[in-house]
Design a protein around this ligand. Structure first.
Ligand code: FAD
Length: 511
C-alpha cells in the first residue's frame, strides 16, 4: 500500500534555526511537491547571540550552495581556527583548542605518545608547538588547509564567526528569493491537535489566521511552543552538572587585535567570550546565578570590554539540557526549542545542522512511523550527552579556587566522562564513542591544556629512541615554521577575500 507523502512543512520561528532549516530543506526537497512555509513573529525577537561556529558550518554552506566568502561578506564574518582558553587552568594560564591535529602519527602510534616519551626525558616543548593552526592563530595569521595534505600537519580545519542577525537575514533572503519558501509574519497564539492521534493539526495566529501542515518544525527558541508547550515533551535538565544558567551579552567596538579565534576567559563565576567580527566585537559573560548576581555579572562584563559598548546589555536565562524526545508525533524541534548546551564550544548551531540532516535521513511520510522518530531521538540524545561530557571536562579540569570551580571539581561525573578521564590518565589513550562531536585531538587539547597526563607513554612509542625523536620533532617544528611564514595576517585575509561592503576595515593591527 502506498503511503501518503508529506506535502507541507511549517517552520515555526525565524531565528538561525528556522532559516537554516528553511534553506537546507528547500534545497534538498526541491524536486518534490512539498510546500515549505516559515512563520515568525514580528514582535518576538530572536535570541540575538550565537556568533561562533565549528568547521561543520562550512559543510552546511556547501549543502545549500553558498561559499564562505559570500556568507562572510554578508554577515561581517571572520575566521575561527579554534578557541583560546585564558585563565581556565588557573589565573594567568592560557591554552588553545585548535580545529586540527598535533604532530605526525607514526606506525599507528599517535604523535602525543612520542611527545610523552620526550617529555619524560626532560623535553619541555609544549604539545601546542606541534600544531600548525595553533601556531598560526597565536600570531593572528590565517592559512587555508591544503586540499591534499602531504602529512598530518596539514590536516586542520576552520570555522567562522558571524553576526547572527545578518546571517539569519542572508538565509532569509535566499530562502524566499531563490528557494521558494513562503514567509508569513504573525504571532502564534495557540495550536490545535488532532483528537484521534494527538498530532499537531494547525497553529492559529493572533490575527485570526490559521496555518496547517503535515510536518511541523519547531524553531521557536527557548519557548519551545510546539514540542514543549503543545506536546508537553519534558526537559532533561543538566543544570546540576553544568553550573552556568545565565548570560549577559554586549557588543563593543574593536580595541584589540582581529584574532582568528574565539577567546574564552574564565572568571570567578563563569567565563567571558570574545568573538571578533569585522564591524564589532561580540562579548558575553556566561555565569552561574548561584554564584554571582545579574548586576555584578553585567558590571564585570562592562569593565572588561575592550572598546565602547554598542548596545544595552542583553540578559539571557537558560537551562542546560534537552527535550527528552526532540521528535514527537509530527513535530521535530531544532535549535533552542530542542535544547541548549551552553556556548563554551559553540555547539548549538552545529546541533541545528545535524538535526536537519538527521531529519532528512529519517524523513517520514504521513504515517509518521514511530521507529523513525525513535532512532532520530536515540541519536540526538547521544549527541547532546557527548557534547555535555566535553563541556564538563572544561569545568572539572581546572584548578581555580573560587566556590563555583571547587564545586565543579567535586562533581560526581557521568560514567561516560569518568571513563574517558580514567583511560587518558592511565595510558594516554583517547577513546571514541558513538556520535562523538569532538574527536581525539579536541579531547587531547583539553587534557594538555589542563596539564593532565598519564605517568607513562605507549610501549609502542619505544620503536624510536628519544634522540631519534628529537631530530624528527625539530623537523616538524621547522615545517610548521615554514608554513606559518607563508600565512597571511587575518585582517589581510578578510580584506582580500570577504570584506563586508560597507564596513570600515578593522582597526586592529595584526602582529
Ligand atoms: C548566551 C548564548 C550564547 C550563544 N552562543 C552561541 C555560539 O557562539 N555558537 C552557537 O552555535 N550557538 C550559540 N548560541 C545558541 C544560538 O544562539 C542558537 O542556537 C541560535 O541562535 C538558534 O536560535 P533559535 O533560532 O533556536 O531561536 P531564536 O533566535 O530565539 O528564534 C526564535 C524564533 O521564534 C519566533 N517565535 C517565538 N515565539 C513565537 C510565536 N509565538 N509566534 C511566532 N513566532 C515565534 C521568534 O520570532 C524567532 O523568530 C548561544 C546561545 C546563548 C543563549
Amino acid at each position: 500500500m502506498a503511503n501518503e507523502p508529506i506535502r507541507s512543512i511549517l517552520i515555526v520561528g525565524g531565528g538561525t534555526a528556522g532559516w537554516m532549516a528553511a534553506n537546507l530543506l528547500a534545497t534538498r526537497l526541491r524536486r518534490l511537491p512539498i510546500e515549505i512555509t516559515l512563520v515568525e513573529s514580528p514582535d518576538i525577537r530572536t535570541v540575538g547571540v550565537g556568533e561562533a561556529t565549528v568547521p561543520a558550518i562550512r559543510d552546511y554552506f556547501r549543502a545549500i550552495g553558498v561559499t564562505e566568502a559570500e556568507v562572510m561578506r554578508a554577515s561581517q564574518g571572520t575566521v575561527k581556527l579554534g578557541i583560546e582558553f585564558r585563565d581556565w587552568r588557573a589565573p594567568g594560564t592560557s591554552f588553545f583548542h585548535p580545529f586540527g591535529r598535533y604532530g605526525v602519527d607514526a606506525f599507528s602510534v599517535p604523535f602525543h605518545q612520542y611527545w610523552l616519551k620526550r617529555r619524560m626525558a626532560g623535553d619541555e616543548t609544549p604539545l601546542s608547538a606541534y600544531c600548525l593552526p595553533t601556531q598560526a592563530a597565536m600570531r593572528n595569521l590565517m592559512l587555508l588547509p591544503p586540499e591534499q595534505p602531504a602529512n598530518d600537519l596539514g590536516v586542520f580545519d576552520w570555522a567562522i564567526h558571524f553576526d547572527a542577525g545578518l546571517f539569519a537575514r542572508f538565509l532569509s533572503q535566499r530562502a524566499q528569493d531563490d528557494l521558494g519558501v513562503r514567509h508569513v509574519e504573525g504571532t502564534i497564539s495557540g495550536a490545535k491537535r488532532d483528537t484521534e492521534n494527538g498530532r499537531i493539526a494547525s497553529v492559529s495566529l493572533s490575527d485570526g489566521r490559521t496555518l496547517d501542515a503535515d510536518l511541523f518544525i519547531d524553531c521557536s527558541g527557548f519557548r519551545s511552543l510546539l514540542l514543549g508547550q503543545t506536546l508537553e515533551v519534558p526537559y532533561e535538565d543538566w543544570t546540576h552538572l553544568l553550573p552556568c544558567d545565565r548570560a549577559v551579552a554586549m557588543p563593543c567596538t574593536h580595541g584589540d587585535e582581529l584574532t582568528p579565534y574565539t577567546r574564552s576567559t574564565a572568571l570567578p563565576a563563569g567565563w567571558q567570550w570574545r568573538i571578533p567580527l569585522q564591524h564589532r566585537v561580540g562579548n558575553g559573560y556566561v555565569y552561574s546565578s548561584r554564584h554571582i548576581s545579574d548586576d555584578e555579572a553585567t558590571a564585570t562584563l562592562i569593565t572588561n570590554l575592550e572598546g565602547e559598548a554598542l548596545a544595552e546589555p542583553n540578559m539571557l536565562r537558560f537551562r542546560t539540557g534537552h527535550r527528552t524526545r526532540v521528535w514527537e508525533k509530527n513535530c521535530v524541534a531544532l535549535g533552542l526549542a530542542a535544547g541548549f548546551l551552553e556556548p563554551l564550544e559553540s555547539t548549538s548551531i552545529v546541533l541545528i545542522q545535524s538535526g536537519i540532516e538527521r531529519l532528512l535521513a529519517h524523513f517520514p511520510d504521513r504515517d509518521f512511523d514511530p521507529t523513525l522518530a525513535d532512532e532520530f531521538n536515540r541519536i540526538t540524545a547521544l549527541e547532546y550527552a557527548r557534547i555535555r561530557d566535553f563541556l564538563l571536562l572544561h569545568y572539572w579540569g581546572g584548578q581555580r579556587n573560587e566556590p563555583m570551580w571547587r564545586e565543579c571539581r567535586a562533581l560526581d561525573l557521568p560514567e561516560t566522562l569518568a571513563q574517558r578521564i580514567r583511560t587518558f590518565k592511565g595510558s594516554g589513550k583517547l577513546p571514541r564513542f558513538e556520535w562523538d562531536s569532538f574527536q581525539p585531538p579536541s579531547w587531547l587539547s583539553m587534557f594538555a591544556g589542563f596539564d593532565i597526563w598519564p605517568p607513562r607513554h605507549d610501549p609502542l612509542a619505544d620503536q624510536f629512541s628519544t634522540e631519534e625523536l628529537a631530530g624528527t620533532f625539530g623537523q616538524i617544528r621547522e615545517a610548521i615554521g615554514r608554513a606559518v611564514a607563508l600565512a597571511s595576517p587575518h585582517a589581510d585575509f578578510i580584506a582580500d577575500t570577504c570584506a563586508a561592503p560597507s564596513s570600515p576595515q578593522p582597526a586592529a593591527v595584526p602582529v
